[in-house]
Structures are given as C-alpha cells and as structure tokens.
Design a binder for this molecule. Structure first.
Ligand code: PEP
Length: 248
C-alpha cells in the first residue's frame, strides 16, 4: 500500500478560458471517490471563477519572490492565498529558460511561498544535451541543493516535480524506468537533509503525460503523481488521468 497519496496537477500555462473553467469543474465534480489530490493551476485571473468547496484545490504557476512593493506586473504569495491558491509551481523550466529565473531566485520563492502558507511545487529537470552528456543527476542535485541545502526545513512543506525538459510538450515521455530511476535519486538525495521528509515528499513527474501513458508511470514506486500541461486542457483526458492516479 502506497503511503503517499497521489497528486495530479494541471498546468494550464497561458491557456484556457472561462468556458474551460466551467467544463473542468463540472467534470471533476462528478468523479467518484477515492480520488488523488487534484490541483488546477490556471492563469491566476481565473482562480476566483472556480467554485469553492470542490474536490480539487487551486494553485498558481508562478509568484514573486518579493513580499510587497513596486514590482509592476508581479503577484505576491499573500495575494495568491487570498485568491484561493493553496499551491504554487516554482522554477518551471519555461520560467528558467524564457524569463531567466536563477536557482537563487527560485530558492527565495520557495521560502516565501512556505512562509505564506502555500505549498511550493519545485520543478527540476535536465535538457536533452545534459542527459546525453550524462549530467542529469548532477544538474538535479544542483537544482535541489540550491533550495534545500541552506533551508532543509522547507522540504517538509514542498512537492518536487521532475520534468525532463526534453519531454515537456514534445510528446516524448520519459519511460517509466527512466523516470523512476531519477525519482529514486531525488528521494535519496533529499534524504541527506531530512530522512523523514524525503520519505514523505511527493515527487511527481511532468513531461508529455497523457491518459494513454500515465498508468505505467503511476505504477512506479517513487512516482507520486503527475504535472500535466497539454493534456490538462482536455477535460476528458485530465479526468481520466485523475481516475487512473487514484488506483496507483
Ligand atoms: C508542463 O507544462 O510542465 C508539462 C509537463 O507540459 P506537457 O504535459 O504538455 O509536456
């Protein structure tokens, strides 16, 4: 019997509409228990349009590392809480690559999120070149250490998402064995900070997860769910993934 309850996260990125909010909430509301933990991370403007007291939680895709002040265009952790978010994705590879987010900023964001009562979902992952050069574990260790080496207490409040960059939006999913090998490494690496927290932390997989390939991923011992981009915009597919995760 798996100790960690599976978590399925929808990352809508800069997609979606009020129609999708309605369709997704309607579809999820009729799913039968038992369910995994389900989290929808839409563009923040949609957060307040989701019904309250649903069988899923809401999250954001990013937040400021600052608490308050003259930071045009930014949103604070407290504001996200007020808008109904319980979680926030931090360090997604698109933020790292397109917006130049550095490990130091990501580390600060994780701290600010936890301090505000949000659960950070820390994304880590390697490029194709790094994988081919056999640097995957080294890159992941650096990304994890940047957050937890100086702040090990944050681990007990975090979710970690392994997202190989070469698998995001490409249709090229990591095999269950490839993903399990990395998830196991992440858990073992995190144990140096806090053995109990490393055992309890949910490590979810992201990268071209679909209703067709999720079952094999969920069957792996250290894969505790998924972070889903493209397939989370398709109501039937996302519902099917949630249904399969609950059985893992
Ligand atoms: C993602 O956005 O983190 C992601 C995994 O996207 P996709 O499922 O489309 O690969």
């Amino acid at each position: 019997m798996r100790q960690r309850k599976p978590l399925v996260v929808a990352n809508w990125k800069m997609n979606g509409s009020l129609d999708l909010v309605q369709q997704m909430s309607d579809a999820l509301s009729v799913l039968k228990q038992p369910l995994p933990d389900i989290l929808i991370c839409p563009p923040v403007i949609f957060l307040s349009y989701f019904p309250k007291h649903a069988n899923y939680k809401l999250g954001a895709q990013n937040m400021s590392e600052q608490l308050v002040g003259a930071f045009t265009g930014e949103i604070s952790a407290d504001m996200l809480r007020t808008a109904g978010a319980s979680h926030v994705i931090i360090g997604h590879s698109e933020r790292r690559a397109l917006y130049g987010e550095l490990d130091s900023v990501i580390s600060q964001k994780v701290k600010v999120a936890v301090d505000a009562g949000l659960t950070p979902i820390l994304c880590v992952g390697e490029t194709l070149q790094q994988r081919e050069e056999e640097k995957t574990l080294q890159v992941l260790a650096r990304q994890l250490d940047a957050v937890y080496a100086a702040q090990p207490h944050l681990l007990a409040h975090s979710v970690v998402s392994y997202e190989p960059i070469w698998a995001i939006g490409t249709g090229q999913t990591a095999t269950p064995q490839q993903a399990q090998q990395v998830h196991q490494f992440i858990r073992q690496h995190l144990a140096q900070y806090d053995v109990q927290a490393a055992d309890a932390v949910k490590i979810i997989y992201g990268g071209s997860v679909t209703a067709a390939n999720c079952e094999a991923l969920f069957a792996e011992a250290d894969i505790d769910g998924a972070l889903i981009g493209g397939a989370s915009l398709k109501v039937a597919d996302f519902s099917a993934i949630c249904t399969m995760a609950k059985d893992s």
